[in-house]
Design a protein around this ligand. Structure first.
Ligand SMILES: *Cc1c(COP(=O)(O)O)cnc(C)c1O
Length: 402
């Protein structure tokens, strides 16, 4: 018997909390929305957010900026990327990642993905040798952390410049160490569908004074860099201030004001996400034909989305499966589609780049399904969704067996 359809909304986030609403109203009433529009030695909301986030992340420095993609882009530039240089990155990632590399003047070189949805370290080694790349933009796509001990040792051994894309790993850790703290810089997004919600927004963290001084200047700090909340000392800017272009991409006080109260609740929300993730995971494991990526014990993930594979599923069966779940109200994304749909695309749709051969990634993406887990879903909702997915997955396997 077909399960009861689910009626929840997969793109509905929780409302912004009343404390954040009050902080926003205060900024609006002040009229001082620009981050450098302060009086006396008052720190603006944007600067306070930088101070708070550096504290949360345990990094020396932090820069708040316009978006996650912008954070990635200026990190590459601030790290010294030269025009045309190769940048290694995950083949399984989101469009803003290759976009940021190209925007910074680099050439994305895609690295294969494993069944556990992390970068393939053997292919990384091969591609580094073949490309001679100095840069690795490691994308923790959908929150899956690769073995960061091995990755960091590899980067260290080859003197690679590591920038982490932590759009889905804000709040995540590897063996107790925060995602985003393993290389030169960590880049975060506060876009509505990530772990903090200001509509749009980005954060860059680093312990490197020269790097952060360049990033701050690039972000469009005019000569106001001394008024940042978690910036290097003014000396770090002395030689750079007139030689670094201004690429306006600042965060404003309104967004910062609604992010600060949310940051205080981030860890509690990570626990809530994981309770939902684990409820779904338990259900999905009851289906014989679904493979869930293995999550290592060292990884403290944030289950704000869930992925599973149906190995060897045909294109027709994948489309039928997505349609069947959709008919029961469950919105799955299929990464194997040749046509990019909504936020989901794969490397074949980035046609401004020369096509790269990624057979293993293609094989994985052809059977990869993905689902958002908004916090507006209850645990009961997640159990119901799990039942629907299992029901539809069993129908797929019955059909292919027939
Ligand atoms: C959302 C996202 C980004 C970029 O974030 P924006 O703030 O939307 O620019 C980067 N990488 C991944 C994997 C993402 O999902």
């Amino acid at each position: 018997m077909s399960p009861r359809p689910f009626t929840g909304n997969f793109t509905q986030q929780e409302p912004i909390g009343e404390d954040a609403v009050a902080a926003a109203v205060e900024v609006l009433r002040s009229g001082r929305l620009h981050r450098y529009n302060t009086s006396g030695d008052e720190l603006s909301e944007a600067s306070l957010l930088e101070r708070d986030y550096a504290g949360y992340q345990g990094s020396r420095y932090c820069l708040a900026c316009a978006s996650g993609g912008y954070a990635l882009q200026i990190s590459l530039r601030a790290a010294g990327l030269q025009p045309g240089e190769p940048v290694l990155t995950n083949a399984f990632t989101l469009a803003p990642v290759p976009g940021a590399i190209v925007n910074a003047g680099g050439q994305p070189v895609f690295v294969e993905t494993t069944r556990d949805l992390v970068i393939d370290l053997d292919d990384l080694d091969r591609k580094r040798t073949a490309s001679g790349a100095r840069f690795l933009m490691l994308s923790h796509m959908r929150g899956h952390l690769v073995d960061m001990d091995r990755l960091a040792a590899f980067a260290e051994a080859h003197g690679m410049i590591l920038i982490e894309d932590c759009a889905h790993t804000m709040g995540a850790q590897w063996r107790g160490r925060n995602s985003g703290s393993f290389g030169l810089a960590g880049c975060f997004s506060t876009q509505t569908y990530k772990h903090l919600n200001s509509g749009e927004g980005g954060l860059v963290t680093s312990d490197d004074a020269g790097f952060m001084a360049r990033a701050i200047l690039l972000s469009g700090s005019y000569m106001q860099y001394e008024r940042h909340g978690a910036a290097p000392a003014p000396e770090a800017f002395a030689d750079l201030r007139l030689e670094t272009p201004n690429w306006s991409g600042r965060m404003d006080n309104l967004r910062a004001a609604i992010l600060r109260p949310q940051l205080a609740g981030l860890d509690a929300n990570c626990v809530r996400w994981n309770a939902r993730y684990q409820t779904l995971e338990r259900q999905l494991r009851t289906a014989g034909n679904l493979f869930l990526p293995v999550r290592p014990a060292e990884e403290r993930y944030v289950g704000s989305s869930i992925q599973f594979l149906i190995p060897n599923i045909s294109e027709t069966a994948a489309r039928d499966f997505v349609a069947a779940t959709m008919a029961l109200g469950v919105e799955l994304k299929w990464f194997g589609d040749d046509e990019p749909v909504a936020f989901t695309s794969n490397h074949k749709s980035w046609r401004y780049l020369e096509r790269q051969s990624l057979p293993n990634t293609d094989a994985i993406l052809s059977g990869l399904f993905d689902m958002r887990i908004p916090l507006t879903f209850s645990l009961e909702d997640c159990a119901q969704i799990g039942d629907i997915i299992v029901f539809c997955a069993q129908a797929v396997s019955n059909r292919s067996a027939a």
